[in-house]
Design a protein around this ligand. Structure first.
Ligand SMILES: Nc1ncnc2c1ncn2[C@@H]1O[C@H](COP(=O)(O)OP(=O)(O)OP(=O)(O)O)[C@@H](O)[C@H]1O
Ligand SMILES: [Mg+2]
Length: 262
């Protein structure tokens, strides 16, 4: 793989149902980085992610994912990209009728010809990465909110995607569970070299994880750069965003083993 930017977005504009949603969004996500997309509610963050996933037709601008211009890829290449991309969305619930193990195995069952015994081994390993190996035979209704999030994360990475998209992964979690989830996501970057594009409103998550910030405002990317530069930006909209999220600040970080708290 020659490309350094796993994602490149240039001048992305989008009108959905007659409404202008995005107007000139540009940014890149570098290989091995965690790129955090921030901005107020309705700024267009999820819409950008949906474009990256090919869920909306690209009518204006340029998007490349894993070095491929998505406007000119074949259906076969699109399917391959889909398999190389893990998706961890806020409401990406597990299927209640299946055990955790079966849920996590689902992408492997659907998209590979691997024997059952190997699938089981891979699933156990992926559940182990999120400290849920003991939940293999449990049903989603038997898990806590934080455990459900971790199970969904392990399903998102079961195919070993080089790229992971997260849309507000920690929403609904208490600060300690959120810290643990951040820690797991950090591990995916550090241990597996995953490139991650994440949307979050959580200031602690931003500070802990972001290699780069992309700030969206009313469908426009106003800023792309380091956390430090974002925090010291003189732009009024960026300052307003940080002053609002700072007001929602939670209790200070804990030093005791975060992984055990989810
Ligand atoms: N399918 C759709 N049809 C019409 N309008 C849409 C659609 N999806 C999103 N929008 C509109 O696009 C704008 C951006 O929505 P989007 O979901 O991308 O915001 P967001 O930045 O993810 O916000 P939040 O932080 O609340 O999740 C909103 O005004 C929303 O109402
Ligand atoms: Mg959203």
């Amino acid at each position: 793989m020659k490309y350094e930017n796993m994602i490149e977005v240039r001048d992305l504009s989008a009108t959905i149902d007659g409404k202008k949603i995005l107007s000139g969004v540009s940014f890149t996500a570098r290989r091995g980085d965690i790129t955090v997309v921030i901005g107020g509610s309705g700024a267009g963050k999820t819409t950008v992610l949906r474009h990256l996933l090919g869920l909306y037709p690209l009518t204006n601008g340029y998007i490349s994912v894993l070095g491929k211009d998505i406007s000119s890829i074949t259906e076969k290449e699109q399917n391959k990209l889909y398999l190389q991309t893990g998706v961890f969305f806020q409401n990406g619930a597990l299927l209640n009728s299946m055990t955790v193990g079966e849920n996590v195995a689902l992408p492997l069952v659907q998209h590979t010809d691997l024997p059952e015994s190997l699938i089981r081994e891979i699933v156990l390993m992926k559940l182990g990465l999120v400290n849920l190996e003991d939940s293999f035979n449990l049903y989603p209704s038997q898990l806590s909110g934080g455990m459900l999030k971790r199970a969904a994360l392990s399903r998102a990475i079961v195919m070993d995607p080089p790229l992971l998209f997260c849309d507000e992964p920690g929403s609904g979690l208490d600060p300690l569970s959120m810290e643990s989830l951040d820690y797991l996501i950090m591990n995916l970057k550090n241990r597996l070299g995953m490139t991650i594009v994440m949307i979050t409103h959580e200031i602690h998550t931003i500070l802990r994880l972001a290699d780069k910030i992309v700030f969206l405002h009313r469908g426009n990317s106003l800023f792309e750069g380091s956390v430090e530069d974002a925090l010291s930006s003189e732009n009024k909209d960026i300052k307003d965003f940080f002053s609002v999220v700072n007001k929602r600040k939670q209790s200070p970080l804990q030093n005791n083993s975060p992984e055990s708290n989810l």
